[in-house]
Design a protein around this ligand. Structure first.
Ligand SMILES: [Zn+2]
Length: 345
């Protein structure tokens, strides 16, 4: 099956996060037909071949987000129109899964000086039992390629994500006597305004500056009660120029008496040095740009020189009528193959 055909079959096997078993089994059977032994672990697939001390990990994710409003095509029916393949997950990340799997399969006839481990994992969009779980069970790789849509640019750094929960406390009162209370929503507004005052001065070469966004706010109980509590969430996208503790202190210093709680600090930023072998080989093969990425991926769970690389465009992800260009898809098969060959030569 060529990558286009394989992608169409993957689109037509529904795999919204939590429901990846069918697609994992489909790929297990496909790999079996191609002469490989793949294993299913949870809702993940793992397949390896080759011998030697050097190990390269190829990873991408099987799950998709749910269908969003606005689709005019059937999201679970692959459709090719003018050099594009449409369908849910075509871009994020089934195009990567199809091209990576086919590159892996095509190397069977070649002499590989090392081991390739292919992991196609679940729960990337939600977090859970995917690569975070599987990585503990395999030998630490010497390098990794994470398949995500990058337009085949070579992504060498990825932002982290720190989530803080902030509570502003006030004092309730009847709303006809607001001066008797302390309005927690007004307090929260002041805190939020002061967050705009945070200035970052350490710029990362490909990621730029960290960003801060207030994403959720909850407060108030009744129309006629001055609220005593208001809670909001701050989403900080970090770069390797700052650690999460440092960013936490910067936010906290702006919020004085507020109760700032670390909701999640484990999704740290990642980067790979330009002179790492995997970067140099990818650059030689693709001659494309070295970029940074603001979006999260399973790279966060890896601890080896890694690049994020794949066909498709991340701005097309999680959208109605999601699609991918077949030219990108076919170029990706050849590029993955040459990078793997170069790394394990
Ligand atoms: Zn993705």
């Amino acid at each position: 099956m060529n990558a286009e055909k394989l992608l169409c079959s993957l689109i037509e096997t529904e795999s919204i996060s939590g429901n990846e078993l069918d697609i994992a089994n489909f790929l297990k059977d496909y790999l079996h037909e191609m002469g490989f032994i793949a294993k299913i672990d949870g809702r993940n697939l793992i397949c390896e071949f080759g011998k030697g001390s050097k190990t390269l990990l190829l990873n991408s994710h099987l799950d998709t987000v749910p269908v969003c409003p606005g689709w005019t095509l059937d999201p679970f029916k692959a459709k090719k129109i003018k050099g594009r393949i449409y369908g849910l997950g075509s871009n994020d990340a089934k195009g990567c899964v199809a091209s990576m799997t086919n590159a892996f399969v095509s190397l069977k006839e070649e002499t590989i000086n090392g081991k390739i481990i292919l992991t196609l994992t679940c729960d990337e969009e939600t977090g859970g039992q995917g690569l975070e779980y599987l990585i503990k069970k395999i030998r630490k790789p010497d390098a990794a390629i994470v398949g995500e849509p990058t337009k085949l640019d070579i992504c060498i750094a990825q932002k982290g994500d720190m989530i803080l929960k902030i509570n502003s406390k006030g004092k309730s009162a009847h709303s006809s006597y607001p001066e008797m209370g302390i309005n927690a929503i007004y307090k929260a507004c002041n805190y939020i305004t002061s967050l705009n005052g945070i200035k970052f001065n350490k710029k990362h070469n490909v990621l730029g500056f960290p960003t801060i966004a207030v994403t959720v706010i909850k407060g108030g109980l009744k129309t006629n009660v001055v609220p005593a509590e208001c809670e909001f969430i701050v989403d900080v996208r970090s770069t390797p120029k700052y650690n999460h503790e440092e960013l936490f202190r910067m936010v906290k210093s702006k919020l004085k008496d507020a109760d700032v709680h670390k909701h999640s600090i484990r999704l740290v930023p990642k980067e790979t040095k330009k002179d790492e072998l995997i970067v140099r080989i990818a650059k030689k093969v693709l001659k494309s740009r070295l970029i940074g990425s603001s979006t999260m991926s399973d790279w966060v769970f890896l601890d080896c020189p890694t690049i994020k690389l794949g066909p498709g465009n991340s701005t097309m992800s999680h959208q109605a009528n999601e699609h991918i260009h077949t030219s990108q898809l076919n170029k990706a098969v050849e590029s993955y193959k040459r990078i793997i060959n170069g790394f394990l030569s």
